[in-house]
Design a protein around this ligand. Structure first.
Ligand code: NUP
Length: 214
């Protein structure tokens, strides 16, 4: 069975922690990003973990020169269990993060193709090369779009790595369209369709049940 990762892009700490409490039974991991961390600070990761004791991934899409990437990774991975990086900045930039993560026994997840329409112009044309690079660098997982199931399949086949896939729910992706491609090491990311639902607990339960039907 694949896993469910909650994208917790709310801007208020109390709201974030309340949602975690509500959906805790149905999620396997939490992804936080700039919205929550810029609003509340990195400490929020510790508070989330105190409530749910689940893996927290920092979606910072790190994309700088190696020495700056290294600094970002060192601070982030004091708190988070993994960090998302961009690959288009080059192997050396990703490697800098990988070295930090390896020392701390944490995960590095690399973006290949993004899920939004704008990704078609610049990212999609290089996504297959990025998937090859992810394989070569032996990152822990890649980000692939559930808004484009055929691309998800193609990139997963090239990288032969676990995937984490955003786009289900608010961006129009459907779990049933990607179910065949998902394995037990893969994560489906759902954000707004859970945290903006009238009943986040029930929404998370429904996604979890759909994933279970693999
Ligand atoms: O290609 C990507 N698309 C995407 O939506 C890469 C991402 N990391 N994300 C993130 O996944 C996005 O920033 C958000 O945190 C989450 C999707 O949230 P939602 O569309 O389910 O609300």
């Amino acid at each position: 069975m694949a896993k469910l990762m909650l994208a917790l892009d709310v801007l208020d700490e109390n709201k974030a922690l309340k949602i975690i409490e509500e959906v805790n039974d149905y999620i396997d991991a939490v992804k936080i990003g700039y919205p929550l961390v810029l609003a509340c600070g990195l400490d929020v990761i510790k508070k989330i973990k105190d409530i749910c004791d689940k893996e927290v991934i920092a979606d910072f899409k790190v994309a700088d020169i190696p020495s700056t990437n290294e600094k970002i990774a060192k601070i982030t991975l004091k708190y988070a269990d993994g960090i998302i990086v961009h690959g288009f900045v080059g192997e050396d930039s990703v490697k800098a993060v990988k070295d930090v993560a390896k020392n701390l026994n944490k995960k590095v997840i690399m973006v290949t193709e993004m899920s939004h329409p704008g990704a078609l112009k610049f990212i999609q044309p290089i996504a297959e090369e990025l998937a090859e690079m992810a394989k070569k660098l032996e990152v822990d997982a890649i980000v692939v779009p559930s808004t484009r199931p055929q691309r998800l399949k193609r990139l997963k086949n090239i990288a032969n790595l676990p995937i984490i896939t955003p786009g289900v729910g608010a961006q129009g992706g459907k779990i049933e369209d990607i179910l065949n491609e998902l394995g037990e090491d893969d994560y489906v990311i759902v954000g707004r369709a859970i945290y903006q639902a009238e009943d986040p607990k029930n929404a998370a339960k429904k996604f979890k049940e759909q994933i279970k039907n693999i």
